[in-house]
Design a protein around this ligand. Structure first.
Ligand code: MG
Ligand code: MG
Length: 329
C-alpha cells in the first residue's frame, strides 16, 4: 500500500503544500489518539462555554482546536488561520503562502455517545492584495481551494483528501503512525435513494422542501425503496454519501439563526463540496454550486444539498426522475 507523501508527489503537489498537509495530519493523529482514549483521557463532556456560533463547546472541541492552532502557528508556510471555534482570523506569518480553515471537530454532539466525529480542513493560496491576517483572505470561492479534506474518527481513522484531482481515501495505520492509500478514487453513484436529513425539522422547512419529502414518503414511485440515514455529524453523513451515494441535505428553515441553514460555508460546505464534486457528485446551495458562492462573512452559513447527481438535482429542481435522467444523457 502506498503512503501519503509518495501519492501526493505522484499527483504533482508541491513540496510546501505537502509539508502543510503533514502538519495538519500530525494534529489529526493526536486528536485521533485522544478520541480513542475517551473518558480515560478526561476529554469528554462540556466546558460550559459557548463558541462564536452560540453552541456549547465540548472539551474535545477546545482541545482539538488548540492542537491544530498550535501546530499551524509553528508552520511558516501559513499566513493566517480561521476556525469554527475562533471568533476571528488568527494571523501567523506575513510571508506565508497559504491560509488554512478548519472545523476542528465536526459532529461534536456525538462525542459523549462514542459516535462518528471528524476534523474538516481546507487550504487556499494566501491573497497578496489584502493584509496577511485580514478576514478578506478567506473571502475566496470554494472553487479556489488548493486542498480539501477530512479525518474521520470512526472504528478506523480515515483521511479523505483532494488536492484538485481525485478524492482519495487513506487509512491511519496505527502500527507505524502513517496514512496509507486504501481507495485510489472515490466515485459517487449517480443515483441512490438514501437520504440524510434531520426529518424532525420538517415543520420549519419551506413548502418546496416539504413537498419533496412528502413525495418521497407518500407518493413518488421513484422513491419506493428510499431509506433514511442520519448520523448527526455532517462529516460522517457525507462520508457515507462519498462511499455509496445518496444525498445529504441541510435546508434553510424558519427558526431564528437557521434562516440559511446550519452548515458553515468556509469550514464545512466548501471542503466537503470539493471532495464530493471530485468524486463525481454535485454540491448545491439553491440552484448554484456551493463552490461558486462568493463568501460574505467568515462564519457564513448556507443551505446544502450534496451527493448523487440525480437525487440532488431532483431535490433542487423538483422535476421527475425521468426528466433528469434524460437531461443527463
Ligand atoms: Mg461542524
Ligand atoms: Mg465543530
Amino acid at each position: 500500500m502506498k503512503r501519503l507523501v509518495p501519492v501526493l508527489k505522484q499527483d504533482g503537489v508541491n513540496t510546501d503544500l505537502i509539508m502543510l498537509i503533514r502538519t495538519i495530519l500530525a494534529a489529526s493523529k493526536e486528536i485521533a489518539f485522544r478520541v480513542s482514549q475517551g473518558a480515560l483521557a478526561g476529554v469528554l463532556g462540556s466546558t460550559l462555554d459557548e463558541n462564536i456560533q452560540g453552541e456549547v463547546q465540548k472539551k474535545l472541541d477546545v482541545l482539538s482546536n488548540q492542537l491544530l492552532k498550535d501546530m499551524l502557528l509553528d508552520d511558516d508556510s501559513v499566513s493566517a488561520i480561521a476556525s469554527e471555534e475562533e471568533d476571528s482570523v488568527v494571523g501567523v506569518n506575513p510571508h506565508g503562502q497559504f491560509i488554512v480553515a478548519f472545523d476542528p471537530l465536526d459532529g461534536s454532539s456525538n462525542i459523549d455517545i462514542n459516535g462518528q466525529i471528524g476534523t474538516i480542513f481546507t487550504i487556499y493560496n494566501a491573497r497578496e492584495d489584502v493584509e496577511f491576517d485580514s478576514e478578506l483572505q478567506f473571502a475566496q470561492k470554494g472553487r479556489d481551494q488548493v486542498c480539501a479534506g477530512y479525518v474521520l474518527y470512526g472504528p478506523s481513522t480515515l483521511l479523505v483528501l483532494s488536492t484538485g484531482g481525485p478524492t482519495r481515501c487513506f487509512t491511519l495505520d496505527l502500527t507505524h503512525g502513517g496514512y496509507l492509500l486504501t481507495e485510489e478514487a472515490l466515485s459517487i453513484p449517480k443515483d441512490n435513494k438514501e437520504f440524510a436529513v434531520n426529518m424532525a425539522n420538517y415543520r420549519y422547512w419551506d413548502a418546496k422542501t416539504q413537498k419533496f419529502f412528502d413525495q418521497i414518503l407518500y407518493s413518488n414511485k421513484d422513491y419506493a425503496k428510499a431509506s433514511m440515514r442520519w448520523n448527526a455529524a455532517m462529516v460522517g453523513d457525507v462520508h457515507r454519501v462519498l462511499t455509496r451515494g445518496g444525498v445529504f441535505l441541510y435546508p434553510a428553515d424558519s427558526r431564528p439563526g437557521i434562516e440559511n441553514g446550519k452548515i458553515r460555508l468556509l469550514y464545512e460546505a466548501n471542503p466537503l463540496a470539493m471532495l464530493v464534486e471530485n468524486a463525481g457528485g454535485v454540491a448545491y446551495s439553491g440552484s448554484n454550486s456551493i463552490l461558486d458562492i462568493e463568501p460574505t462573512s467568515l462564519h457564513q452559513r448556507v443551505p446544502v444539498a450534496m451527493g448523487s447527481v440525480i437525487n440532488v438535482k431532483q431535490y433542487e429542481t423538483n422535476t421527475s426522475l425521468m426528466n433528469i435522467k434524460s437531461s443527463l444523457n
